[in-house]
Design a protein around this ligand. Structure first.
Ligand code: KIV
Ligand code: ZN
Length: 498
């Protein structure tokens, strides 16, 4: 019988700690809903005592999702635990994640304390939290560098106090896979009441070993992995959810383990997290990077076209990527060009292919990569015919000026211009757009946030609009808040009405 490995997602807590990646409550709810669809078992929704924003996010996420356990982080401090209990009041399934440092380094240099005192504080925190919430996870911070014998005492004591899950974080990404695996094995063999709790792995990626360490953990008895979408998180990040899930899926038989994650949802949530957090995914990132399934050399392209499995261990469709990207460059041959043209719906004869290929090479010579839009142009179909695009925007605002906006849009290939006033430049621009689009749309949420701070910073805009009783989201980023707002509005409109 295969054992289940629980997936504990901490994108909204450990992931969100990255400078510049802070999300609004609305954005966190979007991610949480997508995490529920993905099938994670636990969503760590925040650290409620840290700020009113974090507290509120845990409250709202608790209302928005029902299937996964909603988890709130605390230190081993009663005030933190009280805030977490309060923030989880609407959660159907709730967990408190409390803990304290376990390494001598943390005990001495962070707490200026002793092993005995720290152990007592940990136990007291579990007992206190247990009065309000049944499901208590305890983290032994910096367990990666902790002495295994002391760690085992701590794990045994917190389980005896009522912990249902014990987290063994490699907080500083210090361990090698063998060391981390050995640590978990030591606990499994030396903690008398270990069968009363689930052991969880929480690995940071400072040496690029987070995925390997997490897998070493589950191979030695851990049954929960803490991870984030795209591996985001403090410093070099956390274990990446997509990597551990797909590694376990591909090696399901030999590991004898499974998860309840639906891999087909991976790509969508990766894109969503990357765009909401303004955190690009590195092109060579495993599973979700732009190049993860791209084959650009002629030999590989030929091999993939003959049989994908020549160079692909995962079918991109299995992680929700619709078209594998055989990248078109000046080195690509006719077969690759034909493949893409057919994918875009063009039927092409051998003679026509020769003609198009000659033209294609001219484009490929001046561009690093030829994309779908270039191919449409090559085949004589204008891409601007699709949707609504902003061609130009001018606003007039100030005091005592009356705000005015002139907007030029390309709608299904035709250019239109409109002018409106409003109570501010954004309002004027939206009204000018409404005159052209002629649809009854309501802006329900409109959030402008700076990314890092300072007047020269870029801002990100999130928009929620209602059209015919449905909700659509728009997103944009620019150094100009009016341009970003208009683009986000058009992004949402394009989804709603085109
Ligand atoms: O890395 C870590 O130790 C943590 C704990 C707070 C769980 O994130
Ligand atoms: Zn962490």
């Amino acid at each position: 019988m295969k054992d289940k490995v629980y997936i504990f997602d901490t994108t909204l807590r450990d992931g969100e700690q990255v400078p510049g990646c802070q999300l609004s409550t609305l954005e966190k709810i979007k991610v949480a809903i997508e995490l529920e669809l993905l099938g994670v078992d636990v969503i760590e929704a925040g650290f409620p005592v840290s700020s009113p924003g974090d507290f509120n996010s845990v409250v709202e996420i608790s209302k928005a999702v029902s299937q996964p356990i909603i988890c709130a982080l605390t230190r081993a401090v009663e005030g933190d635990i009280n805030a977490a209990v309060e923030s989880l009041k609407y959660a159907k399934n709730k967990r408190i994640h409390t803990g304290i440092g376990a390494s001598d380094f943390h005990i001495l240099h962070k707490f200026n304390s002793t092993r005995e005192e720290i152990l007592q504080r940990g136990v007291a925190a579990v007992k206190y939290a247990k009065k309000s919430v049944e499901d208590i996870e305890f983290y032994c911070e910096d367990a990666g560098r902790a002495d295994n014998v002391y760690l085992a005492q701590m794990v045994e004591a917190v389980i005896a106090a009522g912990a249902t899950v014990v987290n063994i974080p490699d907080t500083n990404g210090y361990c090698l896979p063998e060391q981390y695996g050995e640590k978990i094995k030591f606990l499994m063999e030396n903690v008398k009441n270990i069968h009363k709790a689930i052991i969880s792995v929480h690995c940071h990626n400072d040496l690029g070993l987070a995925t390997a360490n997490s897998l070493a953990g589950v191979r030695n008895g851990a049954r929960q992995i803490e991870c984030t979408i795209n591996g985001i998180g403090e410093r070099a990040g956390n274990t990446s959810l997509e990597e551990v899930v797909m590694a376990m899926k591909l090696h399901e038989k030999s590991l004898n383990l499974y998860t309840d994650v639906n891999p087909k949802k991976i790509y969508t949530i990766s894109k969503m997290v990357s765009s909401l957090m303004r955190m690009p995914v590195q092109p060579n990132k495993a599973i979700v990077g732009k190049n993860a399934f791209a084959h650009s050399s002629g030999i590989h392209q030929d091999g993939v076209l003959k049989n994908k499995k020549n160079y692909e261990i995962i079918d991109p469709k299995d992680v929700g990527i619709q078209n594998n990207s055989i990248i078109l460059t000046a080195r690509s041959g006719r077969a690759a060009l034909k493949h893409h043209l057919e994918r875009l719906g063009f039927e092409i004869t051998k003679e026509k292919l020769d003609d198009v290929y000659t033209e294609y090479l001219k484009v490929a010579d001046v561009k690093k990569q030829v994309n779908d839009e270039d191919l449409y142009v090559l085949m004589g179909e204008k891409v601007e015919n699709v949707g609504i695009r902003l061609e130009s925007l001018q606003v007039l605002c100030g005091n005592p000026l009356h705000p005015m906006a002139t907007v030029q849009l390309r709608i299904h290939g035709e250019s239109h211009i409109s002018v409106s006033d409003g109570n501010g430049p954004v309002d004027a621009a939206f009204k000018a757009i409404d005159k052209l689009v002629k649809k009854k749309v309501i802006v329900d949420e409109f959030l402008i946030q700076s990314i890092t701070g300072g007047s020269s910073d870029s801002c990100k805009v999130n928009m929620e609009i209602a059209f015919q009783n449905k909700t659509f989201y728009g997103f944009s980023q620019s150094t100009d808040i009016v341009v970003a707002s208009v683009r986000a509005y058009l992004d949402a409109l394009n989804k709603a009405i085109v």
